[in-house]
Design a protein around this ligand. Sequence first.
Ligand code: S3P
Length: 182
Amino acid sequence: MVKNLKNKNIVFIGFMGVGKGTIARALIKKTKCFGLDTDDLIESMENRKIKEIFATDGEAYFRKLEKKTAKWLQKSVKNAIISTGGGFFKVDNLDHIGTIIYLRSSFEGILKRLKEHEKADLKLAKRPLLTDEAKAKALFEERSGLYEARADIIIDVENRTIEEITRDLMNTLNLKEKKEKE
Ligand code: S3P
């Protein structure tokens, strides 16, 4: 069990489509904490979609925006549940932002989850690095060990319900369920 959260933030890392946003939102709902998503922050900073940023300015530019976002998070955000883009874990100061939780699944498990989603086409189309399955698998293999090395805590998510994962996180992180009073 984790007693003190670094910077009081919780940071979810993991591969595209593993469910970082979904699990973060479930945890936010239970704890009534505030939540942020690095892709959303970047899209609002740029006033355009990730897909468009990649297409117009390329991946290197997007990575610069991730670094800028990481600096801001470290400096300005506390007590938040933060979900990140699949490559965000590479920012230098990740450790200073919060307690890092790697949501782990096999590549096949991730594809299954994405393809079974009611908005599967949208989920795949908005992720430029997922358009070529073979390339995405190579990226997954390249990154798997790196995610593990960066993580304070690893949570296996494959074949588990959101409720089970959220309960596990509440226990591991020693978080209390909050019911908002009227
Ligand atoms: C990326 C993952 C995406 C998004 C961008 C790059 C990556 O976020 O940040 O397309 O490098 O893995 P999700 O993990 O939410 O899909």
